[in-house]
Design a protein around this ligand. Structure first.
Ligand code: ATP
Ligand code: MG
Length: 391
């Protein structure tokens, strides 16, 4: 028997003119995330339906809960829009489930149906009461039996799972997420995906000062946020030479500021080459010395591309809660070093100035180092099965 899953669209229903673009993107994303399942998608402007095999239903619902652009997911039954068929399906359904109290909620989208919603609620309510030892409770029922009467068919259901809302990934084009192995940047990535931004990720590594485990950790994090997207790449930039040059030439307290300015320059050049529209990072105001408003200003000053900071006003505890929810926290707290945690100065500057940063950078040549780093980028296309138990 084929099972039917109904998808209620999220915020995209408000985008009147672009609705088809949104729905088509959502359909493509669903196809991508369910590519291993035998499914058929039927869609219209108000709803999407997925036919699938009985055995796959629960797994498919779990996967759909990670797809942005979905308000809720409903396992439903479909019958022809006529009173007898609806009644007989109701009897079928109530036989299969356990409940003590219920309510019926009819939505008569098809105004040609001869019975009004409230009247139909009473008719079906009486039918249930006659056939099962249960009571009506309109305030706090064990189940709500929903009946959607549409032109083509009538849909019946009682189980509704919340989706992730947001916009379908990709509807906004691409952003480059600066992904470290920390707690914050994966969460920033998740929130960006939720607003419909497709991601590519960039990680700066400094071997041998940073280990292969640190890289594997970032691959694993990419893999986890890929659960919400399906096609994320990780670009690994060799950063050792730049970092060592900074270490040798720059005043201790400006090392992190200059390091970050180099990261931004590389990211911006990479975006321009690859049609990526924004840089995204995990910064939050005041969290560390490089995230004061003065630091953000001096660091941001080297690029023209917009820099999105989805976590900018969140507390660390809120970020950690989200990190737990999306499944990145346990990986993020593994104790491998990041390029920013090596060569850390004792007293990083908290209120840097552009003039001083430019002076520090005049002490060495960096354009060729930046080009060399970009030319030697290594790109990983992350697929789930490739990175299980890598750590
Ligand atoms: P996170 O938890 O994301 O590492 P953080 O609070 O530790 O953030 P920083 O280490 O100061 O903060 O980094 C700020 C942001 O800079 C990170 O959120 C990330 O977007 C970017 N970043 C830092 N280090 C790297 C790196 N090695 N590769 C790529 N991006 C990085
Ligand atoms: Mg960090």
């Amino acid at each position: 028997m084929k099972n039917l899953i109904l998808i209620k669209y999220g915020e995209l229903t408000t985008k009147k003119n672009n609705r088809n673009v949104f729905i088509n993107k959502l359909e493509n994303n669903i196809k991508q995330i369910l590519k291993d399942y035998d499914i058929k998608i039927i869609k219209n402007r108000v709803r999407m339906y997925i036919e699938c095999k009985d055995i796959d239903v629960q797994n498919i619902v779990l996967k759909l809960q990670n797809v942005f652009g979905i308000h809720s997911i409903v396992i439903c039954e479909r019958v022809n829009t006529n009173i007898d068929d609806i009644k007989s399906k109701v009897l079928d359904i109530i036989k299969q489930i356990d409940f003590k109290t219920f309510k019926v909620d009819t939505n008569r989208a098809n105004k040609n149906f001869p019975i009004k919603s409230m009247d139909f609620n009473s008719i079906i309510g009486s039918l249930v009461l006659k056939n099962k030892d249960v009571k009506v409770d309109v305030h706090n029922p064990d189940i709500v039996l929903k009946i959607e009467i549409r032109e083509d068919y009538t849909y019946l259901y009682h189980q509704e799972y919340l989706g992730s809302n947001g916009y379908p990934v990709g509807i906004q084009g691409k952003g480059l997420l600066l992904l470290s192995g920390g707690i914050d940047s994966p969460v920033a990535g998740y929130l960006s995906l939720k607003r419909g931004i497709d991601l590519e990720c960039m990680y700066f590594e400094s071997p041998p000062h940073t280990s292969v485990q640190a890289l594997n950790k970032v691959l694993k994090l990419t893999d986890i946020i890929n659960n919400y997207s399906g096609n994320i790449k990780l670009h690994v930039i060799p950063f050792t030479k730049i970092q060592e040059t900074i270490y040798q030439n720059v005043s201790d307290n400006y090392m992190i500021t200059i390091l970050r300015r180099m990261m931004y320059r590389i990211a911006e050049k990479f975006c321009a080459k690859n049609g990526i529209k924004v840089i995204i990072n995990g910064e939050s105001v005041g969290q560390v010395a490089s995230q004061t408003l003065d630091s953000m200003n001096v660091i941001n000053n080297v690029v023209n591309i917009p820099v999105l900071r989805p976590l900018v006003c969140m507390d660390k505890s809120e970020i950690i809660d989200l990190s737990n929810k999306i499944g990145t926290y346990e990986t993020s707290i593994l104790p491998y070093e990041d390029c920013c945690t090596i060569f850390v100065p004792k007293h990083p500057v908290i209120h840097p100035t552009i003039v001083k940063a430019e002076y520090e950078e005049s002490l060495f040549e960096f354009d060729s180092l930046i080009d060399e780093a970009i030319n030697n980028v290594k790109t990983y296309t992350v697929f789930k099965e490739d990175f299980t138990d890598i750590l």
